[in-house]
Design a binder for this molecule. Sequence first.
Ligand SMILES: [Zn+2]
Length: 214
Amino acid sequence: MWAGYTWGSHLLTLGCIWTGRGEEHAATLTFDDGPDPEYTPRVLDVLGRHGVRGAFFLIGERARRAPGVVGRIVAEGHDLGNHTWSHRSLWLCGPAETGRQVRQGHDAIADTAGQAPRFFRPPWGMTNMALFPVLRRLATPCIFWSVQPEGRRAVSAPRQVEASLRRVLPGAILDLHDADGAPGAGARLVEALPALIEALSARGYALVPLRDLL
Ligand SMILES: [Zn+2]
């Protein structure tokens, strides 16, 4: 039962979004697990200096604690995504808790941002059978990624840049972390981000908002 509900649901992730259109030399930077009161503003500073807009997949309870940072993300033209209420693995959530994690996250972000999130990303990319009907009702497509330079384990800033350049292709969705997760993720991202943006630009990639990549 459990295996069908969790692993089986990943057959449905063929309907999720892993990359954008490949015909253009464009990519999108996406940021998970914030807002972080210290590091998200520094990430926004770097993006602002480079004129890059990305997408922030926020955790609802963190959004409630840092509404000013959420307001800044919106004011500076970035896309908003829902990353659940409290970042529980959906492999451990039954249908009722899945609905609560998604809706409460969605509502918290909508309240603090003054606009509903357009996208959804599940923590660690884990889905279950109950998730997709909830996402359809909220009209938030499930967004995965094609490049993830740091996941559960810490990866140094230079290695994150290297790994991204090795894997990037036109239409890439890069999955970055502006908050823990892996301890110290925000600090490593602030270190990696200027070099990452400059290297992708030097390769001819336009870094566009997620809504424009899809
Ligand atoms: Zn996450």
